[in-house]
Design a protein around this ligand. Structure first.
Ligand code: 13P
Length: 309
């Protein structure tokens, strides 16, 4: 491809460049549901964490560009190690993932040596490597239900999903104290207020919200499960990162869709821009490298999830 002059390019030109680069480089672009709409339009697949992991594992493209956060790009690399995996933004990370360390987990494992260690996917590869199985928001409850009844379960890093899973399964979980600031900030009082304002709307919340908020909802589920629900329902309140609300307003303009809170913005998810993603693709920027041993150990944890649920 000839040298690109990036200055003054308009959106349609960037999209055209992205389409040509995808063909020339045999690159598959995946984007999370929280990504800006300008970014989603160049993606070959847009979905939730589990769907992204599955399509990344299956693609036969030479290269995968991940528009999302670091944990998603690492997951793609671990599940399809032969591919070159690029991040659309070099520092888009996850605060929740990094609140506690693999050393904190090793301490818990010493206390409970027989435990199954369930690691929520919003975690670094180094934490997944110390776990026995990974989960996502869409399969955490089913997955924990399938674990042997006689084993203790350590659940890291998100204490809110852990508490929701504990409530739904009746299994006692040993947890970290980490949380997602985007979801954890939502209070029950705020939820009750919006319920009063929109009494006919169904309230959908992500399990990264606190338990009292989850218990007030009509459905607790992943971002793609929220989209599926909205296809069949006309009035919904979306209780997760604001990007999903924007996507839904775009795809379902005739439905009455309300955001639970405009404060639910993930700064890292918003770092990726269309220009940044196309530049990363053009110049092979931000390649994800995972240490061999970490790759091997976290591959076991991720594949066990894909086999069980
Ligand atoms: P999903 O499992 O719906 O992709 O949620 C991921 C996430 O980061 C929630 O904050």
């Amino acid at each position: 491809m000839t040298e690109i002059n990036w200055e003054n390019l308009i959106e349609t030109e960037l999209v055209q460049i992205a389409e040509k680069l995808k063909r020339d480089k045999n690159c598959f672009i995946i984007a999370h549901n929280y990504q800006k709409m300008e970014v989603q339009q160049i993606a070959d697949f847009v979905g939730d964490s589990l769907q992204m992991a599955k399509v990344a594992a299956q693609t036969d493209a030479d290269m995968i560009l991940v528009c999302g956060i670091k944990i998603m790009a690492e997951t793609a690399k671990i599940l399809n190690p032969g591919k070159k995996v690029l991040m659309a933004h070099p520092t888009a990370d996850c605060q929740l993932a990094n609140m506690q360390t693999p050393a904190d987990l090793l301490k818990l494992k010493t206390e409970y040596p027989d435990a199954e260690v369930v690691c929520y996917v919003n975690s670094p590869a180094t934490l997944k490597a110390e776990s026995t199985i990974t989960c996502t928001s869409s399969n955490a409850v089913d997955l924990v239900n399938k674990l042997p009844a006689n084993k203790p379960i350590i659940f890291v890093p998100d204490r809110n999903i852990g508490t929701w899973v504990q409530h739904q399964t009746g299994r006692e979980l040993i947890m970290f104290d980490s949380f997602c600031y985007v979801h954890d900030q939502i209070s029950l009082a705020e939820v009750k207020k919006i319920r009063l304002k929109y009494p006919e709307h169904k309230l959908l919340v992500h399990p990264e919200c606190r338990l009292d908020v989850c218990l007030e909802a009509d459905l607790v589920c992943s971002t793609s499960q929220m989209i599926d629900f909205t296809k069949a329902n006309d009035k919904v309140i979306i209780g997760t990162e604001y990007g999903l609300y924007e996507q839904m307003k775009y795809h379902f303009p005739k439905k009455d869709i309300v955001a639970l809170s405009p404060r639910m913005i993930c700064e890292d998810m918003k770092k990726t821009t269309l220009m940044g993603a196309v530049k990363a693709l053009a110049n092979d920027l931000n390649e994800v490298i995972v240490d061999d041993l970490i790759m091997q150990k976290s591959n076991y944890s991720l594949n066990r999830m894909l086999e069980i649920v």
